[in-house]
Design a protein around this ligand. Structure first.
Ligand code: FUL
Length: 504
C-alpha cells in the first residue's frame, strides 16, 4: 500500500515538476553519433554517470599509499633491480600500525607497493627469486602484502595494490614472456589476499636489464582484473581512475569527471555487463580543463573518468631518515585537501613506512594535526536550519539534510537557479562546500556565492565545476543571508549538499 503510494508520488513529482535530464539507464560512457551538435553532446555528457566501482571509490575521498621496499633500505627512489634481496629487513614491521594510523586520520583505503620499478616483490611470488622470501625478514617466511590485506580487513578499510609494469630486475622484461610473468604476478595478488579494491598501474616504461623496453599488454591485464576482482578500480594506466596530471596533490579549478575518449573503438565490452568498459588512457592529462564544452565539442566518445591526486607526505615516495624534518605540516596537508578533495578529486597521500617497518612519528603527528584541523573546520554547518528559497527549485531542503542521496534540482528544463538562504541569525564563515549528486551526472559549469551586507549583495566566492565535492576558502564574511547562483549547468543542476564553515 505504502509502496504504491510512494510510486504514485514519485510519478507525480516527475510529471508535475518535470525533472528532466535523467537518463533511464545510467552508464559510464557514451558514443557520440557523427554530426551531433554541441547541445546534443553537452546533454549526453550530463547523463554519463560513474560505474558502481567508480562511485564507491569517489566516496572514499582519502586513500593512503604505502611505499616500502628495496629503496627504503638503499636510500634511493628508483632501484636498478640489482639490489640484494638480503637488504630488506624491517625489524619491527607492523602493518596494523600503518592501517590503524591512517584510518584514525580519516582514510578509507590503502594501496601497498607490492612491486616497485626495481622488481623486488613484497610477497613471496612463485615466479621470481627477487622477493621477501630471500630476505632475512621473518627468515624469508614473511609476506608484507598479506599483513596489509589482513590489517585492512581487521580495520574494515579498502585494500589496493600497486604493481609496477616497469621491472628493472626481470630477465624477461622487454619480451613477450614478460606479459605472461606480469599476468602470473597479478593473478597471485588478485587471488591470494581476499578482496582487492584498487589496482594502480604506473605509467613509467623504462628499459629492463637487457636494455629493452616492454610493450605492456594492458588489455589482457584489464581482463584479468575484471575477471578476478570485478569491483576493483583500475587506476592511472587504467580505465576507471585518471591521474590528475601532477604529483603535487593539487588538482585543477575546473575538474570534469566526464572527458572525451576518442579511442572507444578499442573498447572491450567485457562479457558480463554492458556497463563495463576498458580503454587505454590517451591524450592530454595535464591541461587546465579536460572536459569543458570546448574539449568535448569534437569528441567521438565520452567517459566517466574521475581524477586521483597523488602526492607524498615527504619530498620522496620512500622513507629517508634525512627527510624527517621535511614532512608536510598539518596546514600544508589542509591546503592539499582543499585543492584535491575540494576540487573533485580523490586524494592518494603517500606515507612511507620507515626502515623498522613503522610509520614514523613525524608523519603520524602531521596526520593527527591535519585530522584535527579538518574536524574543527567541518564540525558545524553554519547553514543548519536556514530557510531555503528558490523560485524554480524542487527539494530545497535536501541541500541541508546531510544526506548525499537526496538532492535539490530545478523545474522544467532550467539550467540556472538562485538559491537564497536566510540563516538562523548572523554567522561568520570563510569556507563554502558544495556537492553534486553524481549518480545523476556532473552538470554545474559556473556558480557564485554572495552575501547580503545589509544594503547590497556582495560576492564571497565563485567557481566553475563542482562534481562530487567542491570546497572553497574566501576572506571571512559575517552575514545572515547568502545566495548561491547556479549560473550555468548542463541540463538541470542537482545539488546534494551545501555548507558554510569557519576555519579555526
Ligand atoms: C611514479 C613512480 O616512478 C614513483 O616512484 C612513485 O611510485 C609514484 C607514485 O609513481 O611514477
Amino acid at each position: 500500500m505504502f509502496k504504491k503510494l510512494f510510486q504514485v508520488i514519485l510519478f507525480l513529482q516527475i510529471v508535475v515538476f518535470g525533472v528532466y535530464g535523467q537518463s533511464s539507464k545510467s552508464i559510464n560512457y557514451a558514443i557520440i553519433k557523427p554530426g551531433s551538435n554541441l547541445t546534443t553532446i553537452v546533454n549526453t555528457a550530463a547523463n554519463v554517470t560513474p560505474s558502481a566501482r567508480q562511485l564507491r571509490w569517489q566516496e572514499l575521498e582519502l586513500t593512503a599509499f604505502f611505499h616500502i621496499g628495496m629503496n627504503t633500505f638503499t636510500g634511493r627512489e628508483w632501484g636498478d633491480g640489482k639490489e640484494d634481496s638480503k637488504l630488506f629487513n624491517p625489524t619491527a614491521l607492523d602493518a596494523r600500525q600503518w592501517v590503524r594510523t591512517v584510518k584514525a586520520a580519516g582514510f578509507k583505503q590503502v594501496i601497498i607497493t607490492a612491486k616497485h620499478h626495481d622488481g623486488f616483490c613484497l610477497w613471496p611470488s612463485k615466479y621470481t627469486e627477487h622477493s621477501v622470501k630471500n630476505s632475512p625478514w621473518e627468515n624469508g617466511q614473511g609476506d608484507v602484502v598479506k599483513e596489509v590485506a589482513d590489517a585492512c580487513r581487521e580495520y574494515k578499510i579498502g585494500f589496493g595494490i600497486y604493481l609496477s609494469p616497469w621491472d628493472r630486475n626481470s630477465p624477461v622484461y622487454g619480451t613477450d614472456a614478460y606479459n605472461d610473468y606480469f599476468v602470473n604476478q597479478l593473478t597471485e595478488l588478485l587471488t591470494q589476499y581476499g578482496r582487492v579494491d584498487e589496482v594502480w598501474f604506473d605509467g613509467a616504461n623504462g628499459e629492463g636489464p637487457n636494455g629493452k623496453k616492454q610493450e605492456y599488454d594492458f588489455d589482457r591485464w584489464y581482463n584479468v582484473i575484471r575477471k578476478l576482482q570485478p569491483s576493483a578500480v583500475i587506476a592511472i594506466m587504467g580505465p576507471d581512475v585518471r591521474w590528475v596530471g601532477t604529483e603535487t596533490g593539487y588538482g585543477r579549478e575546473t575538474e570534469w569527471s566526464v572527458v572525451p575518449a576518442n579511442n572507444l573503438d578499442q573498447l572491450a565490452v567485457t562479457a558480463k555487463s554492458q556497463h563495463d568498459i576498458t580503454f587505454k588512457p590517451k591524450g592530454d592529462m595535464r591541461g587546465d580543463d579536460l572536459g569543458g564544452r570546448d574539449k568535448i565539442k569534437n569528441a567521438t566518445g565520452l567517459v566517466w573518468y574521475p581524477a586521483e591526486a597523488d602526492v607524498s607526505i615527504r619530498p620522496g615516495w620512500f622513507f629517508h631518515a634525512e627527510e624527517n624534518d621535511k614532512v608536510k605540516s598539518p596546514e600544508k596537508l589542509m591546503d592539499i585537501y582543499y585543492n584535491s578533495v575540494g576540487k573533485n578529486c580523490v586524494l592518494l597521500l603517500n606515507i612511507p613506512p620507515d626502515k623498522e617497518g613503522l610509520l614514523n612519528s613525524s608523519d603520524v603527528n602531521a596526520l593527527q594535526g591535519w585530522k584535527k584541523l579538518r574536524d574543527e573546520t567541518f564540525k558545524i554547518n553554519l547553514l543548519k536550519d536556514a530557510a531555503v528559497e528558490c523560485a524554480n527549485g524542487v527539494n530545497l531542503k535536501s541541500i541541508l539534510d546531510d544526506d548525499y542521496n537526496t538532492w535539490f534540482t530545478t523545474r522544467n528544463k532550467d539550467t540556472s537557479a538562485v538559491i537564497t538562504l536566510n540563516l538562523k541569525g548572523s554567522k561568520t564563515f570563510d569556507v563554502l562546500l558544495l556537492q553534486e549528486n553524481i549518480t545523476i551526472g556532473q552538470r554545474v559549469e559556473k556558480f557564485v556565492l554572495e552575501y547580503w551586507d545589509g544594503n547590497n549583495w556582495k560576492k564571497a566566492t565563485e567557481g566553475t565545476t563542482i562534481g562530487y565535492k567542491r570546497s572553497l576558502r574566501f576572506p571571512t564574511v559575517t552575514a545572515d543571508k547568502v545566495r548561491l547562483t547556479i549560473e550555468s549547468s548542463r541540463l538541470n543542476p542537482t545539488i546534494a549538499t551545501m555548507g558554510l564553515y569557519k576555519q579555526p
